[in-house]
Ligand binder design. Structure first.
Ligand code: PLP
Length: 223
């Protein structure tokens, strides 16, 4: 596992891409092992699992919430989460904003965009993305900061399809930057790429990848 880590880390450092180690379903001792090797950014996809692991691990871990987030769970992570990758509605963003205010912090978020040709994945489509960004409600939020976009490509062997989905996300990302639709200088993160497609993603402009199975081994109960 650490051999893989060293290789991936070197590769990503050279490309200036941030590695989020996706530790879902994996025990805390495996997270600790990677932490000891130098990793600080870890991603979980379920609030409950994150809440169980967090107190057992070093406090300087940067926890990323990468899975679908229900509004009623925001309160559990609002005080410490480093980056929420999976904001897929204005309502959810409003809830995060509310809990940001309660915790007296600005919570960093990515908007999750639906780019795959699959029904099962969450995310905003292109119209919804721009509607959200143009809405008065969004513009008035003081306790969230949109740092960028996240997307997942279709699970397919077809490299060209994956590439074109990533390209589409990169185009939206560039458009938002060019048009200044997000009023902060930190709109810089493009989170795309997982174990099976991170090379393609980086090729297409990703600067944050979320890698699980390549680092920790495959998961039996995939979710
Ligand atoms: C599980 C998961 C990953 C990592 O998947 P691997 O194929 O194990 O690298 C990345 N992003 C999200 C949103 C996930 O749920």
């Amino acid at each position: 596992m650490n051999d893989n880590y060293d290789l991936i880390r070197a590769e990503l450092a050279a490309a200036q891409v941030t590695l989020v180690a996706v530790s879902k379903t994996k025990p805390v001792h495996m997270i600790q092992e990677l932490y000891d090797a130098g990793q600080r950014d870890f991603g979980e996809n379920k609030v409950q699992e994150l809440m169980e692991k967090m107190p057992q691990l070093p406090s300087d871990i940067r926890w990323h919430l990468i899975g679908h987030l229900q509004k009623n769970k925001v309160k559990y992570i609002a005080s410490f989460v480093h980056l929420i990758h999976s904001v897929d509605s204005l309502e959810l963003l409003a809830e995060i904003n509310k809990h940001g205010a309660k915790n007296n912090r600005i919570i960093p978020c990515l908007l999750q965009i639906y780019i795959a040709r699959e029904d099962t994945k969450f995310g905003l489509d292109e119209d919804e993305l721009f509607q959200l960004l143009h809405s008065q409600e969004f513009k008035s939020m003081k306790n969230v900061e949109i740092r960028g976009l996240m997307g997942m490509a279709t699970m397919t062997e077809n490299q060209e399809q994956i590439r074109s989905e990533f390209r589409k996300l990169k185009r939206m990302f560039d458009q938002i930057r060019e048009q200044g639709l997000v009023q902060n200088a930190n709109f810089t993160v493009l989170s795309m790429g997982m174990s099976s497609d991170y090379h393609l993603a980086i090729d297409e402009g990703s600067n944050m990848v979320r890698i699980g199975s390549l680092l920790f081994g495959s998961r039996n109960t995939d979710i």
